[in-house]
Design a binder for this molecule. Sequence first.
Ligand code: MOS
Length: 760
Amino acid sequence: MTDLIEELKAPTADAGTGEVHIGAAVSRIDGRAKVTGEALYAAEHVADDLCHGVVVNSTIPKGRIVRIDDAAALAVPGVIRVITHANRPKTRAFGVFYKDMTAPGGTPFKPLRDDQILYSGQPIALVLAETFEAARYAASLVEVEYEREPHDTNLMTNLDRGHEPSRMKAGYSPPPDEKGDAAAAFDAAPVKIDAEYYSGVEHHNPMELFASTVIRGKDGHLTIYDKTQSSQNSRWYVSHVFGLSKSKVTVRNPYVGGAFGSGLRPQYQLPLAVMGALALERSVRVVLTRQQMFTFGHRPETWQRVKLAAERDGSLRSISHEAVAETSRIEDYTEVVVNWSGQLYTCDNIKLGYKVVDLDQFTPLDMRAPGAAHGVHALEVAMDELSYELQMDPLALRLKNYAERNPMDDLPYSTKALRACYEQGAERFGWSRRPLAPRSMREGNELVGWGMATGTWDAMQMFARASAVLHADGRLVVSSAATDIGTGTYTAMSIIAATAMGLPLEKVTFQLGDSTLPVAPIEGGSSHVATVGSAVEGVCEKLQKRLFKLAKSLRDSGFDKARFADVRFAGGRMSLAGTPSTSIPLEDLLAVAGKDRLEEKYLMLPSVLNQKKYVRAVHSAVFCEVRVDETFGTVRVTRVVSAIAAGRIISGKTARSQITGGIVWGVSQALHEETHSDHRFGRFMNHDFAEYHVAVNADIHDIDVIFVEEDDRVVSRLGAKGVGEIGIVGTAAAVCNAIYHATGKRVRSTPITPDKVMLP
Ligand code: MOS
């Protein structure tokens, strides 16, 4: 409750001056709008001519549609039309038009394109009605006759079909070539482990359901409120698929109720809603149900094998890590699963391999720390296993092999405060009091265990534009087509702009979530602060220079002989350092110059040539305590300390929320989340919240986040690297390792359910 009250308060700033600074613990700027319901999500926008679409999904995984009988559906009062592949509005034929900005290699799925069924749950019809209820009831009456073909959805019986991804996406990093001779070094080393790991399918399940509301203007212009991690990605997709000019479509996503990667690609409700709007020449809303949230991308099922070998003193001699993951028949979804194992520990012999198997499933999709969440998990559980073989403290083993330069290519790190993460995390947790042997701590019926793991994720920067307008009343409006999926983009960008211009936070507005705003990338990869944040700081600097020029041009301003380097922006004024009397409020400056607004635009391009000289990554050290009920095998994660090195922290409070949320996800990955298939039907069975478990409040206890000091000017001019995904990486491994420490039972698949803990 106190947290809620905190959020409801107006954005906090330093007492007195009202000014903020980089790192300030400002409450989420959009918090009040969200908790009062003022913030409208994609499914909450209305129009006078709005009608409702409900999707019908395939019940078979492979084959073709022979016949769709919509007579009963059309007879329901209020039903307007049933759209299928046979009567849909015109869409482009070629796959290239369906390529969104984050599409993997291959040919994307084309909704309602033809009679082919590619996976169970595939959308095959849209029922449009005056009310949602009528549409939903009518959708249940649509009869479909299929012609079935044999299907295969089982990764584990198809591992031998694993092949290197051939349908490549630009920007995908395949594992680097082998360093040294991993097999020979493994054979020769005195201490070794060789283990297989498995992680099942997971679904994103953001709180907000996928939805698109297409509002059709009288002139045919489509304003689409879409749940997406990039308004411009959805706008581009709709334009291409339907052959509509850019000026005819605007996509907005000012508020997004979580996405975690599921909104990186346009989901099928978007083209279906547009089809409805084009066919009926009306406004249309399509909302998916929670069950339908299990009918598109997911974290891929993955099998892994890790072999580690060391000298008796713990020095690593050989690392090999291979992974085989599922993809669809039409695209090669790829993620970086194994490369991290060539990046974390110093070793002369490293071999990495990654393969995919195409199955009759929808293409997998990036989900929070894609690849790393499970790849680093396997490595970090293997390191724990090795530590017991060596009878060495797991943290000491990691410190023994600490990499000062990137092991694979000997590049330096742009910054790497991982050692400080280990030290500060261990200190806060009390790691030095940990007994080495498993099963050595007990309280009543509960076995207590302490485990730890390392986490890492990329520190990425893309390119972005921003614009800034300073108004005569001193208000600053900064804009970029960025997204806030709940991560704190509004807040972080406002802090950056307010700090740069020396304005109180209340005077600054950051606009995002509209495809007509200056170009911004997808909100993904924890890169928005380094990317959009740098554009915001850049445009503010341009504005400062404009203001300075203006002041210089004014008679008797006191700035006529000044240099820009001597000018300070603080307290809503521009002042000359060392000459406090030379100072002018920004609004006065505009007034004297006779301007009612000053506008600047800026394009932020990363310094790629310089960046390429370094490995750029964020790091973490996660420590956790579990209590395992010996009779029932139930696990509680009672304490987590995560020490994070992610460059300069821009928005203290929302950054902490990101890490806390990531840790909750890690606990959920470790103990709860898995979507099971019934391979006879090629269909996910537990596609609802009753049977797909996510961590709830009762599962979460003490979480303590430490931000270790780091300042990385290679990754961004702000010194920031970015937080978000790093919170999950390593957390599940720390939980798994703590369970071993508590029980002596090693569980090599996630989630670690009570049956796996209990059974021999
Ligand atoms: Mo995240 S999986 O980059 O949205």
